[in-house]
Design a protein around this ligand. Structure first.
Ligand code: ACO
Length: 332
């Protein structure tokens, strides 16, 4: 699906926060657990290190501080929020939802709160959904959280997946603003590709082998990722009568530097407009885009008035882009 913002209805991000676990795990450390090397990981993925949650740390332990920072930046409290969406494939548990846990912790007593599952694209789906609810008048102020603790569902003896992922979460506040914010969204799903990236034993489907670890066909996902990052970006820009030259800041899903470089080359985005932090965090799934937004805001690359293109992709297989004029100043 693809759609542009309702004319005269300006909705934007007014607060942003993020949180990663304290523990840094380098490629050298991973080579103690599996047969791999810093050279292999750097050459194939560009990932140098990632953050890994402690045994007792769950998604809400990362999402809550991120949410508190986002609220503080927006000048709001939990009580002001009437919608909380947590995009994740690693909630604290299947139920209650992490959204409900967060609502309780923040004192968001009047909020609808739930989790959303769209693989690594979850944050983009959640942004679009929150936008739709605000634009439709169902909610006034939304908290959208994207985060995952994938280290808990990785097979720590499988080198083909272990080296790619990390843990982290980000949160944004969405509300009406006086100037233009979101311009358009483009979302999609291709369930036929689902077998390329899946988590057996995680739901009601019975498997002979109940091993509950991420399974991935890396080459298929690579092909999908390089194609869809380009296609989704081109589609959303065309829908808005804009071109890639108009984009000031490009934030692709942080899965692999090779995938990002391929997409930016095909799209023709100059490298100084591309935000990359996969080298420090690995692929944090739904945390990837909000973490990158926070980095770009902190280092001064993201400024009010700039055109920002974000594209996520992941399990499903799913994808999603958002195009917006940035409206928020960095925190002093
Ligand atoms: N260390 C050393 N060797 C390894 C490792 C490792 N960590 N992993 C695989 N290898 C070996 C393989 O066993 C293979 O050995 P062989 O030739 O003896 O069989 C060799 O390296 C090459 O393996 P390939 O899978 O062909 O390597 P490729 O160049 O395709 O890179 C990679 C693999 C990095 C996984 C790549 O396919 C990729 O990035 N795919 C996309 C993955 C991804 O981004 N997934 C998540 C996106 S969606 C989401 O975010 C949820």
């Amino acid at each position: 699906m693809i759609g542009t913002a309702k004319p005269g209805l300006d909705i934007s991000i007014t607060g942003l926060g993020c949180k990663v676990p304290d523990r840094v795990v380098t490629n050298e450390e991973l080579s103690q657990y599996v047969d791999t090397s810093n050279e292999w990981i750097m050459e194939r993925t560009g990932i140098r290190e990632r953050r890994i949650a402690a045994k007792e740390e769950a998604l809400s332990d990362l999402a809550l501080p991120a949410a508190r920072d986002a609220l503080a930046q927006a000048g709001l409290t939990g009580a002001d929020i009437d919608l909380i969406i947590v995009a994740t494939v690693t909630p604290d548990m299947a139920f209650p939802s992490t959204g409900a846990i967060i609502a309780d912790a923040l004192g968001a007593k009047d909020a609808a709160a739930y989790d959303l599952s769209a693989g690594c694209t979850g944050f983009m789906y959640a942004l679009a959904q929150a936008y739709g609810m605000l634009a439709g008048g169902l909610a006034q102020r939304a908290l959208v959280i994207g985060g995952d603790v994938l280290s808990k569902i990785l097979d720590w003896s499988d080198r083909s997946t272990l080296v790619l992922f990390g843990d982290g979460a980000g949160a944004v506040v969405l509300q009406a603003v006086p100037q233009q914010g979101f311009l358009a969204f483009e979302l999609g799903a291709d369930g036929a590709g689902g077998k390329s990236l899946w988590l057996p034993g995680s739901g009601s489907r019975f498997f002979e082998d109940p091993e509950r670890f991420v399974k991935m066909n890396g080459r298929e996902v690579f092909k999908f990722a390089t194609r869809i990052l380009v296609q989704s970006a081109e589609d959303i820009l065309a829908k808005c009568d804009l071109s890639i030259d108009d984009v000031d800041v490009y934030i692709p899903h942080q899965a692999n530097v090779r995938i990002i470089e391929h997409a930016t080359r095909k799209l023709g985005v100059p490298s100084d407009r591309v935000v990359i932090n996969v080298d420090r965090y690995g692929n944090t799934s739904s945390g990837s885009i909000p973490l990158a937004l926070a980095d770009a805001l902190a280092d001064g690359r993201l400024r009010p008035g700039q055109l920002v293109l974000m594209t996520g992709m992941g399990a499903g297989l799913t994808w999603g882009s958002a195009l917006m004029r940035w409206t928020m100043e960095a925190a002093a």
